[in-house]
Design a protein around this ligand. Structure first.
Ligand SMILES: C[S@@+](CC[C@H](N)C(=O)[O-])C[C@H]1O[C@@H](n2cnc3c(N)ncnc32)[C@H](O)[C@@H]1O
Length: 446
């Protein structure tokens, strides 16, 4: 394709994908959203966002590819590093700015906000203006800021806020020493979870162990971590699995490392036919029980859910159940530990059991490889001239891969890497469910 034709094709992709998204908003609620509205749109909380995410993947990928092609390279290079969004988001989250702004629907002057949170007003105005320029908060008048649909996500009742918190605190801390860990002979070639950059930074403060040891030491920190998993439902659109995978055909599901039940709780509400076992560490299950008693007491009363403490490195999950679901589990661990978990899961399987691994599947930038994966496994390839992995449209899987490296010395995996692990554990791939952002890999016993 000639260079100019490529740009024209990207423009067409932007146009069609944006129109697809607009149509979806109209179908779900009549109006398309605007940057200055505070109310959420019905589509924001839809369980199945695959169609919207499919459109946004192309829109973001095509838009970034077009602007990077047309902008001077020096402009794009500095855009890659001059990123302080997370530092400003940290201020907003730590100071509960969204909750405060709820009391000022017409906006609050930054001088008045400054008095409430004790941050120097001119510095605060710069933080707020950067975020408003990104679309998070509105500057409704000079130095007067109000909430909008995006900033409302930071409200302290929204679980996404806990995932924001994990990134601005722990991932940022690991990122600050990442290069040092690549060069320090003690950590450079290590894949020990105790050598993850975040723990390397913690070691300097006298804190040892791996990420989950760190979480275990403080109730509030651990509870926030588990709540952040409910936020992941919306961030990754993971609950689409409830409408795409035929859970109605099965009667038992084991949520391995299920935490507080960020997946299982919606499963219990939508598929009353299913009996659920949640396996996790004992302290996670204490929190899980109290959340289920409040948010899904009917499942508890009807014995549709059981909470069983299990260390997935040392113990085999409940045997002979229909589905073993592992969401955001394997990506937390390097290969050695992941293999242990999968071998234990394999021992639990009956002849008709299925294992579902729900994580990102890291895409290749080789079109040839992407097309092999598409024809043999059904993974979606981006249309030309988009990069075959959808470019920036799939950026979060590469960012999340870095988050796993920074926190756990672990990784998101390519399809080949996942297959190598699962085949060695005695699992056979049956199907790839591409849910537009993450994928579900369905396995049977080999
Ligand atoms: C990233 S969270 C995922 C939680 C859940 N699957 C979800 O998607 O919402 C990882 C989970 O693994 C659990 N975990 C960590 N180490 C474990 C172990 N040795 N045995 C069992 N669970 C463990 C954590 O407590 C946490 O709930």
């Amino acid at each position: 394709m000639a260079n100019k034709a490529k740009l024209e094709a990207l423009l067409t992709l932007i146009n069609t994908s944006a129109r697809d998204a607009i149509t979806l908003y109209e179908q779900h609620g009549g109006n398309v959203p605007s940057m200055d509205q505070v109310e959420s749109h019905p589509l924001d909380d839809a369980v199945d966002q695959v169609a919207l995410k499919t459109a946004i993947r192309t829109l973001e990928g095509a838009f970034a590819q077009l602007s990077t092609t047309l902008a001077p390279p020096a402009h794009s290079a500095i855009n890659l590093v001059q990123v302080y969004d997370y530092a400003c988001m940290r201020v907003a989250v730590r100071e509960n700015i969204t909750n405060i702004l709820v009391n000022y629907p017409k906006g609050i002057h930054v001088n008045d906000l400054s008095k409430i949170i004790n941050i120097e007003p001119k510095k605060l105005a710069r933080v707020m203006r950067l975020l408003a320029t990104r679309g998070c908060y509105n500057e409704v008048d000079m130095d007067v800021f109000a909430n909008n649909r995006l900033s409302m996500i930071l409200h302290n009742e929204n679980p996404v806020r806990h995932m924001v918190n994990l990134h601005v605190e722990s991932c940022a801390k690991g990122a600050a020493v990442f290069y040092d860990t690549l060069k320090d002979p003690r950590t450079a070639y290590s894949y020990e979870p105790t050598h993850a950059p975040f723990m390397y930074a913690n070691n300097k403060e006298g804190i040892q162990g791996e990420f989950f040891d760190f979480m275990r030491q403080d109730d509030e920190r651990r509870e926030s971590y588990h709540k952040s998993m409910r936020g992941l439902n919306g961030i990754m659109g993971s609950l689409a699995v409830l409408t795409h995978f035929p859970f109605e055909k099965y009667s038992t599901v084991v949520d391995v490392g299920g935490g507080i039940g960020a997946f299982s709780l919606p499963l219990a509400k939508t598929h009353k036919n299913v009996k659920i076992t949640i396996h996790d560490l004992p302290e996670a299950l204490v929190q899980a029980r109290s959340i289920w008693a409040k948010d899904c007491p009917e499942a508890v009363a009807e014995n549709r859910v059981e909470f069983e403490a299990l260390n997935f490195f040392e113990q085999v999950p409940a045997k002979g159940k229909d589905i073993y679901y592992l969401r955001n589990i394997i990506h937390d661990w390097p290969d050695h530990e992941s293999a242990l978990i999968l071998r234990n899961v394999r021992q639990a399987l009956g002849p008709n059991s299925r294992v579902l691994i729900h994580d990102y599947v890291v895409r290749q930038l080789s079109r040839k490889q992407a097309e092999v994966e598409s024809s043999t496994l059904g993974a979606v390839v981006a249309p030309e001239p988009l990069l075959p992995n959808f470019g920036v449209g799939n950026m979060r899987m590469y960012q999340q891969d870095m988050s796993m490296l920074l926190l756990h010395n672990a990784k998101e995996r390519t399809l080949q890497e996942s297959l190598a692990l699962s085949t060695a554990a005695g699992l056979k791939l049956e199907k790839v469910w591409d849910l537009a952002e993450a994928c579900v890999l369905e396995f049977s016993a080999a």
